[in-house]
Unconditional design. Sequence first.
Length: 231
Amino acid sequence: MLAALAPRRRRGAELLDDPDVNAAVRTRSLGDVARANALFGGAHAVLAELGLALARLPAARASLLDVGTGLGDIPRRAQALAARRGVALSAVGVDLAEALARAASGDGFAVACADARALPFPDASVDFVTCSQLLHHFDGEEARALLRELHRVARRLVIVSELRRSWPAAAGIWLASWPLRFHPVSRHDGVLSVLRGFRRGELGTLVRDAVAREAVVRDRVGFRTTAVWAP
């Protein structure tokens, strides 16, 4: 039964992976992603793991780097969560797309335009490093290179959140995209993103191969899976 719900992992190209995609379309589509994060568990998966870490934090200040930040919806929610816990959380995002970096910056939140596989930050320079729904865009050595960069710059914890691959998840995002009026690019890429996602064992193995750490891997609501480890 479980095997029937887990299609083989796809390698197709998402439309937004094309660097020449119109900037307005890219920004609109990432707005759809932010809404999906709020409605279907993408933001909750990261915040649930961060909340556990904040409960153990021995200081009232911390820093966070969100890699592949899109429009910055998750780090902004992280700052609000930390504030409720009495922690002043400074957050910075990284995204490869200049249009997204410009759109996301503001209100004390800065975004660096950079490749996630070569982050422009020193070793162990950020307390928490988060990466949501970016890893599935990479395969093989490129995926391991991304994980090594997250590991390199983190001082306390790395939180990777990914889509959990299944037929129900793929069907669900396709069906939900219509009443939510997602852009056709968002609809195409949303379904393909699910089919490029990870099962729990796959994600744990990839982290182990990349950084030689045993991550705590959990399935989260909304067909999300998180991997968390301390560098």
